[in-house]
Design a protein around this ligand. Structure first.
Ligand SMILES: [Zn+2]
Length: 324
């Protein structure tokens, strides 16, 4: 069910398409038979999104940059093979790759937001924090794991969910959330916590199963007049989201075991105009190659279309910049 009352011209007008996004948005809008024309009177914001693969996102407005779950290294784990990930897959960080983006000025950060502790979210963050000087937000477990991986501890900031943090040029709302469920008995992959931060640091994580989930957070980042809501796992706490009206939702594929995963979410959020899939590409392949669908993209596209035929479902390429 959709509730058209949540979606008025102002929300549509808020999302002018930028140069990079214009063609795809126009194509997507062309298939909407009775949609109002996209506004031509509201200038695009200077807020941009860039997809760094998996759940890695950059939100940039003016001189300010926020990264979520940046993971550029993408070492091989077999996660999307029939056998699944090998839990003994060693952790590694491609410092040369990260250096190339940081040194060329393409990658920077004022804040890095961590949704949970798993390898495909957290592994690169300690080195990225060191290279960018960014402040890193996460739970006690996330901070403990990152400290054990060598993150500069004076850049780690503890959050629990519920915080509304205001900075010069942007704000961050931290939301309690839930990780994807993967089975009938094992609720989540590599469950667990590493409490005691900062007094009790765990041994340095060596393999992917050492990076436990440690609680899951979602984040709404508001910058340049645009709000972007990100989930790092395909689940959420509906009551945490009540009243939020993001312009853009970054929505993970999956969620098959979550009751009414897509329609319930889009309804509680007041039907955001723009939905971008996240966490859908097979990360056994490098960021420099085109994203390969691990299998969840089309089911998500259909679920979004069924839940809200007026929503724009936009699929950026690796490293593509989308102007909001
Ligand atoms: Zn995970």
């Amino acid at each position: 069910m959709t509730d058209q009352s949540f979606r008025g011209p102002s929300r549509r007008a808020l999302l002018g398409a930028g140069v990079a996004a214009a063609a795809a948005l126009a194509a997507a809008c062309a298939s909407e038979p009775a949609a109002a024309p996209a506004t031509t009177t509201t200038a695009p914001s200077d807020t941009t999104l860039r997809w760094w693969g998996n759940n890695g996102w950059e939100i940039r407005a003016g001189a300010r940059t926020v990264l979520i779950d940046p993971w550029l290294t993408r070492f091989r784990t077999g996660t999307y093979t029939p056998q699944g990930a090998d839990p003994r897959s060693p952790l590694s960080v491609d410092t040369a790759l990260i250096d190339s983006y940081v040194d060329s000025g393409q990658l920077r950060a004022d804040h890095i937001l961590v949704t949970h502790g798993h390898y495909d979210h957290l592994t690169d963050v300690p080195y990225l924090a060191q290279r960018t000087g960014a402040t890193v937000l996460g739970t006690e477990t996330h901070l403990n794991l990152m400290a054990a991986l060598g993150a500069p501890e004076n850049q780690l900031a503890l959050v629990t969910g519920g915080e509304q943090l205001d900075f010069d040029g942007y704000s961050i709302r931290v939301l309690r959330s839930l990780h994807s469920e993967v089975g009938t008995r094992t609720q989540i992959a590599y469950p667990g916590t590493r409490p005691g931060y900062p007094a009790t640091k765990p041994p340095r994580p060596q393999v992917i199963s050492d990076l436990v989930e440690g609680g899951t957070l979602a984040y709404q980042v508001t910058a340049g007049g645009r709000s972007v809501l990100n989930f790092g796992g395909s689940n959420y706490i509906e009551s945490e989201l009540a009243g939020l009206r993001p312009d853009v939702v970054l929505l993970p594929t999956g969620g098959a075991r979550v009751h009414d995963y897509v329609p319930r979410l889009l309804t509680v959020l007041g039907h955001p105009r723009l939905v971008l899939p996240t966490h859908w590409d097979d990360f056994d392949y490098p960021l420099g190659e085109p994203a390969r669908d691990a299998g969840g993209l089309e089911p998500l596209r259909k679920a979004v279309a069924a839940a809200d035929p007026h929503a724009t479902f936009r699929v950026p390429a690796h490293l593509e910049v989308v102007t909001l």
